[in-house]
Design a protein around this ligand. Structure first.
Ligand SMILES: [Zn+2]
Length: 197
């Protein structure tokens, strides 16, 4: 049975209307506009690095050709342009390789559009960094510059929630859905990391 074509705007993923053209990628003009906005929102420092992958709905990293990818094998990564042009899987991912780009992952920190109190302090401290809504829809990723002592990732309790810190050896699912009008650039996160650790 042929796979039902789905809207490529990630928060939608609805079926395409049966009247859609064979090469249609979005279910509506609204979704096309939202997807374009998300693509433009990604900071240039990320878009310029050839460390992009695709990902499945179960967050398995994929190459632009739909093969399995690895966060430690650069041969399976691509340029941003090629990753956004690919329709493999359901969305994009960016590989952290220890070059000083870090992500703070605030899981389940949104209740609708309200930020949970435990997460608000981190967001305030990270002012000047790009923040995107996570693929699950109820979390946020803060993107910036810094180093994690010892490398790898860290998982910390913070009030009623959990914050995860990543700097290398893994990929981050990227939605490009900006949060709270944050600027599309990587600000300094080192002071935030230092205060958390
Ligand atoms: Zn749609």
């Amino acid at each position: 049975m042929p796979k039902t074509p789905r809207c490529e705007h990630e928060p939608c993923r609805g079926p395409l209307p049966i009247t859609a053209r064979a090469d249609a990628r979005y279910c509506s003009g609204r979704c096309r506009t939202a997807a374009c906005r998300a693509r433009r929102s990604v900071p240039k420092e990320l878009a310029a690095r050839p460390r992009w992958v695709r990902r499945s709905s179960r967050k398995v990293p994929l190459t632009v050709d739909g093969q399995s990818a690895s966060s430690t094998d650069p041969a399976t990564w691509s340029r941003y342009r090629d990753a956004t042009a690919s329709s493999a899987g359901v969305g994009l991912g960016f590989v952290l390789d220890g070059d000083g780009i870090v992500v703070l992952d605030l899981d389940h920190c949104l209740d609708g559009d309200q930020v949970e109190p435990w997460a608000q302090g981190v967001l305030d401290a990270a002012a000047g960094c790009w923040v995107e809504r996570s693929a699950g829809g109820d979390g946020l990723h803060i993107w910036g510059r810094g180093r994690l002592p010892g490398g790898g990732g860290r998982r910390l309790r913070l009030g009623a929630g959990t914050v995860e810190l990543y700097g290398d050896g893994r990929y981050i699912a990227v939605t490009g859905e900006p949060w709270g009008g944050t600027p599309p650039r990587l600000g300094d996160l080192q002071h935030v990391i230092n205060s958390l650790l």
